[in-house]
Write a protein that binds this ligand. Structure first.
Ligand code: 6PG
Length: 248
């Protein structure tokens, strides 16, 4: 049985981001000490940028000099299906804020396809291709899956009431008519998001407090609050600022 979620409280979004960054350094260092290449699944959303910049700051610190950032597989929990150079792209945002500032191995940055990429405008083919990439490159499980949470309780691009919530036999799915623009997206499914040692929810802001409360309520209906489902095999952490924890 996956361990119960733990909540980690922080006074503000910057402290939350620093806490995530420090833990990420620890996770990467520990995996590499075990001779493994860690797989890290990045999220989009407003907190992601702070986290990415905090990771660069943590990596620059003297005590992280032993971490081999080129020996990390970087993945994405979801992506907006737009042109690769569209500022809406989670991958582009992660490069600007983090990956372009770390000595990563470009072949280990696994972006989800873009609408102007190899699969053209075919969202289903693009989603299937990413599933295949995860299956063929992945180690069978990720080390960390990071997830922002929407005010409606969505995670990745798995939205309340959408059919993708019930997909159990596929790694990545096409999402249309997303209530959060842009409308077309690719998302890892719940089984893929749970094929990980740890799930880290990273949530800041009062507008998320209700979704956090509902997600952490035992017996939450995943169709109403998707954030209520993902669990890591070893650990599930909720990194919260005071506002998202409803303590503001
Ligand atoms: C995306 C994200 C999405 C995000 C939440 C929270 O591509 O939009 O992956 O799941 O994490 O919507 O985003 P905000 O913090 O911007 O509300």
């Amino acid at each position: 049985m996956d361990p119960e979620p733990q909540t980690l409280h922080h006074p503000d979004p910057d402290e939350l981001a620093s806490s995530v960054a420090s833990r990420l350094v620890e996770v990467v260092r520990a995996a590499q000490a075990q001779g493994r290449t860690p797989g890290i699944v990045l999220t989009g959303g407003s907190i992601a940028d702070r986290i990415h910049r905090a990771v660069v700051a943590a990596a620059d610190a003297a005590d992280a000099a032993d971490v081999a950032w080129g020996d990390v597989d970087w993945w994405y929990g979801d992506e907006r299906f737009v042109a690769a150079d569209d500022t809406d792209r989670n991958a582009l945002q992660s490069r600007i804020a983090m990956l372009d500032h770390l000595p990563v191995d470009p072949s280990r940055v696994h972006e989800m396809p873009s609408a102007d990429g190899a699969f053209g405008n075919d969202l289903e083919v693009a989603a299937a291709a990413y599933g295949q990439e995860v299956r063929s490159h992945g180690a069978g499980e990720f080390d960390v899956v990071m997830l922002g949470v929407g005010p409606d309780g969505h995670v990745a691009s798995l939205f309340p009431g959408f059919p993708e919530l019930d997909v159990e036999d596929t790694i990545a799915v096409a999402v249309r008519d997303s209530p959060k623009p842009p409308p077309r997206r690719i998302s890892l499914t719940f089984p893929a998001l749970e094929s990980t040692r740890e799930v880290w929810f990273v949530v800041a802001g009062a507008d998320k407090a209700d979704a956090v409360r509902r997600a952490l309520t035992p017996g939450a209906d995943v169709h109403e609050v998707p954030a209520g489902r993902p669990r890591g095999r070893q650990q599930t952490l909720w990194f919260l600022d005071q506002a998202a924890a409803g303590q503001a």
